[in-house]
Write a protein that binds this ligand. Structure first.
Ligand SMILES: Cc1ncc(COP(=O)(O)O)c(C=O)c1O
Length: 417
């Protein structure tokens, strides 16, 4: 699974399990075999044989509506985006074969960084090969020995791994709990460096963080603030800058982390900042220095996509909100239990009673022509099994109707509703 709240599957080493280093994965192997032995299609190994559009693909031989792709703004088949990638492939070749610092900075990398600076109206932008590496690099580099990272317990795996890679003290607090966060900040010794790490939208339940209050509290304690806006870029905020924008705190946060793998529609990660010394990160941040840079075609598609989101995002945002509201209401009316009371983002999580019924429901949906994500512990909070739906601005109102009809048929067949 690419996604993950808190730590990924990494069971503790068992005593006396011999020399086979793989024995630590036995519980995960048993879970997977248990699922497959019931004859269900493998929910973690779906192959899209052909992708027809941002919202449809042929999966396991069936025409399928895609509702689990994070392709929020539907940019993957935008003709200008595709043309920019093709042109860059012809003009610059298939790859950079090197690190940004030595031989891997091309014109396209500078152009996409300028597009990000324009999109966020910020002074600095640094592009990484993935969003995972952006979190890994920025968190582990800026929070060093003697510093403290205060983070939400439901943070994405890349945030946790960034903490692990660095030498700072790690202080988690209860999900979206402002008081718990403040309590942790209050206990940190006077004078120590502090970084508060938050997300705009939490991807498992699709809930939004109370950033207006949290950022205010963090600043009161002298902390720097990093917000991961992977699931809100393009969609939330007047200009699509994320929850930091809709909450009115974009000028108070020190770093925004984002990805090209969702609303931008390709692959890559970034950090934007107004910190006057930010550019030094290009020399000291190991996950930036010691890896090859993104291919020219990828940065060209990302640059075109970001610039198009700046001009056409408004209409797409309005339609995506309509989709999100319609799906949330429709599922609630059908009797499904959802992750949020109201639609808060483009993610709508349907809570399943357990993994077995979740897998059965997932299979009934895929056989009915609908792809969603099956998510399970430890990727999910509170040991929940979830069917996570991520909407796209390119889903038509009719498709949302079709999605609801498939959910109704599957839910009744499996006995969930
Ligand atoms: C909150 C969050 N941060 C970072 C990432 C990593 O992004 P990328 O796919 O670019 O590695 C993800 C990906 O799912 C995410 O959900």
């Amino acid at each position: 699974m690419s996604e993950g709240v808190s730590q990924p599957d990494r069971p503790a080493q068992m005593e006396g399990d011999g020399g086979d280093l793989f024995s630590k994965f036995d519980s995960v192997i048993a879970m997977r075999e248990g699922l497959l032995s019931k004859g269900v299609e493998d929910p973690f190994n779906l192959v899209m044989e052909k992708v027809l559009s941002p919202t449809r693909a042929i999966c396991n031989g069936r025409d399928t509506i895609l509702l689990g792709t994070y392709n929020y703004m539907g940019m993957t088949f935008d003709p200008d985006v595709v043309a920019a990638g093709e042109q860059a492939l012809r003009d610059f070749g298939s790859g950079t074969t090197g690190s940004r610092v030595l031989n891997g900075t091309y014109q396209g990398h500078k152009e996409v960084e300028q597009a990000l600076m324009d999109f966020y109206a910020m002074d600095h932008a640094m592009v990484f090969s993935t969003g995972y590496q952006a979190n890994l690099g920025i968190i582990s580099t800026i929070a060093g020995k003697g510093d403290y990272v205060v983070l939400d317990i439901d943070s994405h795996a890349s945030i946790w791994d960034g903490c692990k890679l660095g030498d700072a003290e790690i202080v988690p607090f209860k999900h979206n709990d402002i008081e718990a966060m403040e309590k942790r900040l209050r206990r940190i010794p006077e004078g120590a460096g502090k970084l508060v790490v938050l997300e705009g939208v939490y991807s498992m339940l699709g809930d939004v963080a109370p950033l207006a209050e949290m950022v205010k509290v963090a600043k009161r304690y002298g902390a720097m603030v990093l917000v991961d806006e992977a699931h809100s870029m393009g969609f939330i905020g007047e200009n699509g800058r994320g929850v930091v924008e809709s909450a009115g705190v974009i000028d108070d946060v020190d770093f925004i982390i984002g990805t090209f793998s969702k609303s931008v529609g390709t692959v890559g990660g970034f950090c934007v900042s107004n910190h006057p010394k930010f550019e030094i990160m290009r020399l000291v941040c190991r996950p930036y220095v010691f890896t090859a840079s993104l291919p020219p075609s990828v940065v060209a598609t990302a640059c075109t996509s970001i610039r198009k989101l700046m001009t056409t995002g408004h209409n797409k945002r309005a339609h995506l909100w309509e989709n999100s509201k319609a799906l949330h209401k429709g599922l609630k009316d059908l009797g499904f239990q959802l992750g949020t009371e109201e639609p808060e983002s483009a993610i709508i999580a349907v809570i399943m009673p357990d993994l077995e019924q979740g897998a059965a429901m997932w299979e009934a949906l895929i056989k009915g022509g609908l792809y969603v994500n099956l998510a399970r512990p430890p990727a999910t909070p509170a040991n929940m099994t979830l069917l996570r739906c991520s909407l796209c601005a390119e889903h038509s109102a009719e498709e949302v109707g079709e999605i609801l009809a498939i959910f109704e048929r599957a839910g009744k067949a499996v006995g969930i509703i």
